[in-house]
Design a protein around this ligand. Structure first.
Ligand code: PMP
Length: 334
């Protein structure tokens, strides 16, 4: 953002998102529950910040030059790819985006729509060479393109330490007791956690994890160990490893949130407050409510509204999909 208030293109329009008081969660807990509206970024998700941080770092290293031909390659659940592709378009670069075919149709269609070279791969565990992360690394190596490497490229967490975290601190005037956040790469959690703890070491940082992820046992001080169950949320949880961006993050504990609890927040935020979010945001809010209840009335808990609900219309708002998964249906669609 410039002093005049005019953003310079896509790059200048990322960040400075509203921090929204979530009425129902706040009333339920007697606390202030605040959601950082990352779905309002120009690419529609929190990952615009990581995309920009990673590309700016590549520019600083001389790997990409604005206006000169360049290619960025990444493996992603979709949102990082959308941010990277749009930011690349704005600079005259191309993007090659590798996505597991299990991700929502809306994100895949959107990637095609915005001109990304989309490569769909079967969903495979990280240990398998066919995993989307490894496929994207090999593609970059073979073609001499820039590999964004969002999981281990620390420019990701740095972007959140320099923007998301300080914004939350400024928007709350430093009146914040806890922060809850789910992790894909861990960039958001680690960056925001460092920024908040640097300003007040007492702010509690709680990882919000979906069922089936291995991160919660680790965040609670134990080993990386997959928890039972699975999740329909996208872009969060890790089955077997702690990404470089999450290592060493100052975390005080974890909450494992079942899908039904996360979706209750997705549906209630939409129909009772007019705020449309995806599954990871619902999970984050559910964790914020748990943490607020544990702290007691009068506290302030902030969290991240990672992306918007329209990205998951064919799943989280599709009665057939929900019935098949044994999940509750939103009452206005049943
Ligand atoms: N929510 C959604 C919808 C995402 O796509 C992602 C990133 N994959 C996250 C949350 C997690 O963000 P981070 O990578 O910063 O941990």
């Amino acid at each position: 953002m410039t002093v005049s208030g005019i953003a310079q293109g896509f790059w200048g329009a990322v960040g400075d998102t509203p921090l929204i008081r979530l009425r129902r969660a706040s009333e339920l807990t007697g606390c202030e529950i605040l959601g950082k509206a990352e779905f309002m970024n120009p690419g529609g998700s929190v990952k615009d910040r990581a995309a920009l941080g990673i590309l700016q770092d590549a520019v600083d290293r001389g790997l990409l030059v604005p206006g000169k031909p360049g290619v960025v390659v990444e493996g992603t659940a979709g949102n990082t790819g959308i941010g990277l592709a749009l930011a690349a378009n704005a600079m005259g670069w191309q993007s090659v985006i590798v996505v597991p075919e299990t991700q929502s149709r809306e994100k895949l269609d959107f990637l095609r729509m915005i001109g990304a070279d989309l490569r769909l791969v079967p969903a495979k565990p990280y240990a398998d060479p066919g995993n989307y992360v490894h496929v994207s690394r090999r593609l970059a190596e073979e073609t001499g393109a820039v590999w964004a490497n969002q999981f281990d490229n620390l420019a990701n967490a740095r972007a959140h330490e320099q923007t998301t975290g300080p914004e939350i601190w400024a928007q709350t005037g430093g009146r914040i007791d806890a922060f809850t956040c789910s992790c894909g790469t861990g960039g958001t959690l680690a960056g925001v956690a460092r920024a908040l703890k640097a300003r007040n070491n007492k702010v509690r940082i709680i990882l919000a994890d979906p069922e089936g992820s291995a991160l919660a046992p680790w965040a609670n001080g134990g080993e990386v160990r997959a928890t039972p169950g699975s999740s329909v949320t996208e872009g969060i949880g890790q089955a077997a490893r702690v990404p470089g961006n999450l290592e060493g993050a100052p975390i005080d504990g974890a909450e494992v949130i079942p899908d039904a609890e996360a979706l209750e927040q997705v549906y209630s935020l939409l129909i009772e407050e007019g705020i449309s979010v995806g599954g990871s945001a619902g999970l984050n809010v559910a964790a914020a409510i748990r943490v607020a209840k544990a702290l007691g009335p009068g506290h302030t808990v902030a969290t991240i509204l990672c992306d918007g609900g329209a990205r998951y219309q064919s799943k989280l708002f599709n009665p057939d999909f929900l019935r098949e998964k044994g999940l509750p249906l939103p009452h206005w669609l049943s």
